[in-house]
Design a protein around this ligand. Structure first.
Ligand code: 5BU
Length: 485
């Protein structure tokens, strides 16, 4: 039998094991407080893994010893911490108290079970602390019985202000792990992508319970200030936005002084890579249509992603998903393209309803990806207008954790978090033979209040694509500067 008083795993091993048994989950979860969180901890499952319990309680005890916490008895916050408190009690021969969640309506009607004297000190044991309210509820009941509580031990502190809130009530909270430490270890062992790590750090910052503003429940956190999108500079918006891809994109736009996306609609890998290397310095984003590439391979993807690092741009795969959630999940994650593995951004039609987003989100959210909804199109006679566009905005508003904006032709939302990205751009307005309509960069950015121009043939079919890219970059960015002034 394992010695219940020692830690059999290292702290890193314990974090990895807890991740393996899905006690730590990453994605999008609604917390008790109503806030959506990218990380969720369900430590109830640990009772099914008796081989892990000695390490969990071993580290909790180590903290108690290291901090030299003195107490007469211990009490677990019901229910997840009850087995932890029991193991600590048995292995360290400390009496335990049980706090009932509801008092019995027969017999003694006691809330606190066990033997104690008024003035005895009690150590509170908990699995996870967010705001500290569960611990405070238990402390209140213990205090009503005359017990003295000055310390609590927790396996995981989410780092969202619970520590301070308990301190204000005279309780020192000691943790084994913080959410940040868990995330760092999982990242170190390649269990979490960098974008998810950034997303969680931002979530922690924005959702501290001692913060003046607590994010509202309609997404991974609304920015505290709401000013109209068109009035705010890219860099300022980068600070307001919660999605890591939006932040990265807006930041690099201001740094590189470009709002140009080149749509590299060429059909061989070599042509695309060569074009991207040429125009890379002038773009904020490269847009692809991978299904038109004749010789697609993972080698192409690794070259493209290397160029994205070299030239500092975002990759947008213009896949235009438009099916039920279950199908788009497979299309996005699988097949030969495995789009979710390399495209920072993809897009979807809102036609199937929000199910398309639910499906894409399941794949994209853990990878820190973003999605644009197609709210309007540049082609003559398209059906994306009026109520369709309005409903598209509503779908986006309900999915802020994943939908980062729109492919559109006009200003359809004032929200600084929603990017407006516009295709159908050339230096002179007009039409192609198949109903594609073109407007100028100035018209798009200054008059239609869009954020980013998408240019395809205007650059890739130009005599000198580099000169053309510079011209579009200059036209787009000067229109933005004019709008700001
Ligand atoms: P062009 O060569 O600049 O016309 O290419 C425009 C690109 O933008 C092309 O890849 C289209 O598939 C894409 N596009 C568009 O033109 N219009 C739209 O409404 C949408 C995408 Br959505």
């Amino acid at each position: 039998m394992a010695d219940l008083s020692t830690c059999v795993l290292s702290q890193e091993e314990l974090i990895l094991e807890l991740f393996k048994i899905q006690a730590f989950k990453f994605g999008n979860f609604k917390l008790k407080s109503g806030i959506f969180s990218p990380a969720y901890f369900d430590l109830r499952v640990i009772v099914s893994y008796p081989e892990l319990l000695p390490s969990v309680t071993g580290y909790m005890w180590k903290i108690v010893e290291d901090k030299n916490v003195q107490f007469d008895s211990l009490c677990g916050v019901p229910y997840t911490a009850l087995p932890l408190a029991t193991i600590l009690s048995v292995s360290h021969k400390k009496p335990m108290l049980i706090r009932r969640k509801e008092s019995k309506d027969y017999g003694t009607k006691k809330i606190i079970e066990g033997h104690f004297k008024p003035g005895d000190t009690c150590l509170v044991i908990e699995d996870v602390v967010t705001s500290g309210s569960s611990i405070l509820e238990t402390v209140e009941e213990l205090k009503k019985e005359g017990l003295v509580v000055t310390h609590a031990v927790v396996l995981l502190d989410r780092g969202q202000g619970g520590h301070q809130r308990l301190k204000d009530q005279g309780i020192s909270l000691h943790h084994v792990f913080t959410l940040q430490q868990v995330v760092e270890v999982l990242h170190k062992y390649n269990k979490l992508e960098t974008e998810m790590v950034e997303r969680i750090s931002l979530f922690i910052q924005k959702n501290r319970f001692d913060a003046k503003e607590i994010s509202s429940s309609n997404g991974a956190g609304l920015p505290p200030q709401k000013q109209p999108r068109k009035m705010i500079s890219y860099s300022e918006r980068a600070r307001l936005c919660s999605h890591p891809v939006t932040r990265k994109l807006l930041t690099l736009m201001e740094e590189k002084r470009t709002n140009l996306t080149v749509s590299v609609d060429l059909t061989t890998a070599a042509e695309i890579i060569s074009m991207v290397d040429k125009v890379g310095p002038y773009v904020c984003m490269i847009k692809t249509h991978v299904d038109i590439i004749e010789d697609f391979s993972q080698d192409f993807i690794s070259k493209l992603t290397d160029l994205a690092v070299k030239h500092n741009f975002i990759i947008f795969e213009d896949r235009k998903f438009a099916d039920i959630g279950h199908t788009v999940m497979q299309q996005y994650s699988g097949g030969m393209y495995r789009i979710a593995d390399w495209a920072n951004i993809t897009n979807a039609h809102s036609l199937p309803g929000s199910g398309v987003i639910q499906g894409l989100k399941q794949i994209g959210l853990p990878k820190g990806r973003g999605c644009l909804l197609i709210a309007e199109m540049s082609s003559s006679g398209n059906l994306c207008s009026g109520d369709y566009t309005k409903e598209t905005v509503k779908i986006a508003e309900g999915n802020r954790d994943f939908v980062i904006g729109f492919v559109c032709q006009s200003a359809i939302s004032d929200d600084p978090e929603f990017l407006h990205i516009t295709p159908g751009v050339q230096l002179s307005s007009g039409q192609d033979q198949m109903g594609q309509n073109y407007v100028t960069p100035r018209e798009v950015i200054l008059n239609h209040k869009s954020d980013i121009i998408i240019v395809g043939r205007g650059i890739i079919k130009a005599e000198d694509p580099v000169i053309a890219a510079k011209a579009y970059m200059e036209a787009g960015y000067s229109a933005y500067m004019e709008r700001m002034s």
